[in-house]
Design a protein around this ligand. Structure first.
Ligand code: SAM
Length: 288
């Protein structure tokens, strides 16, 4: 059976409850890769339109405040105003706990769907969505909301996955376990966001100018390959309609095979502190 016949992609349409449940695991799941990506994105921002104290920034689909945390780590004094929003209450709770613990007085945290922002037009100098807007069911609405709420001349920065690695393992495991399958395994992949050309075009179509997109390799570091595999297996069970429909026994058989394939992808860290897996993100930015 060919690869084409066993994998079907569909637009991501992940309900907020999935991210509620994942919120605590999410930070560990990507093993710091999400922070590497944001630092790269912010370095593009620094070249084009640096963040300063007077900036007003939107961290859209903030998750556990990754963009917010990295901006505040830059030590700009006084800190800029940041609005961190996400539709999953679990992510909002984590962001609020950071705000409280770290004394983030210039950060406003709000639960909000990125496809229907409640902010006024032209509020922000910088509108950022790292590994966020590309996942929205209606990414065009998400981007048009980012455009609407950005000041003229403002900077937009988004990131997405070129290759997050687990889809290859998911397909191989499916082919091995169900060689006679009539139905393809449905994997939610954001097809418009996996090549630099299409990322640039997507932002241009949303009205942005001076758009640039680059592939950025980053590292998922885990204490062990078993831990790395089990986190991504939990994610897959929740986001693949095929996997969701299986009974527990079928899932366990599949997860066993899938986890072994993921584990093979990891290599030991040189300092012996764990394992690493190289992932490929795309960092895209532009101006209004
Ligand atoms: C992969 S995480 C990225 C989190 C964070 N920005 C980062 O850099 O790691 C995706 C986030 O998008 C949020 N999200 C997905 N769809 C959304 C929507 N329609 N509106 C707001 N947030 C959404 C999820 O709750 C989750 O926190």
């Amino acid at each position: 059976m060919s690869k084409m016949a066993t994998t079907q992609t569909e637009k991501l349409n992940v309900p907020s409850q999935v991210f509620d449940e994942m919120a605590k695991k999410y930070e560990n799941g990507l093993g710091g890769a999400q922070n590497d990506i944001v630092r790269e994105l912010l370095s593009h921002c620094k070249e084009a339109y640096p963040i300063v104290s007077a900036s007003i920034i939107h961290d859209n689909a903030c998750g556990p405040a990754v963009v917010t945390g990295e901006i505040l780590n830059q030590g700009i004094v006084p800190s800029p105003q940041i609005f961190a929003t996400d539709y999953a209450q679990g992510m909002i709770d984590i962001t609020n706990s950071y705000k409280e613990r770290k004394g983030w007085n210039t950060v406003t945290v709000q639960q909000m769907d990125g496809q229907a922002l409640s902010f006024e037009d032209e509020k922000f100098t910088h509108s950022i969505s790292s590994l966020g807007v590309f996942m929205f069911p209606d990414e065009r609405k998400g981007l048009s909301e980012m455009y609407r709420t950005l000041k003229p001349g403002g900077w937009v920065g988004v990131t997405s996955w070129k290759d997050v690695r687990w889809p290859t393992a998911a397909t191989s495991a499916y082919e091995r376990l169900f060689p006679e399958a009539k139905e393809p395994m449905i994997l939610p992949l954001a097809k418009n966001w996996m090549e630099t050309d299409s990322c640039e075009q997507t932002l241009r179509n949303a009205g942005f100018r001076d758009v640039r997109a680059e592939v950025f390799p980053c590292i998922n570091r885990q204490p062990s390959k078993e831990v790395g595999a089990s986190i991504v297996a939990g994610f897959l069970r929740n986001v693949s309609p095929t996997a969701k429909a299986w009974d527990d026994k079928t899932w366990e058989r599949y997860a066993d095979c899938f986890c072994k394939l993921i584990e093979e992808m990891y290599s030991p860290l040189e300092d012996g502190s764990g394992v690493e897996l190289k992932l490929y993100a795309i960092v895209t930015s532009g101006r209004k």
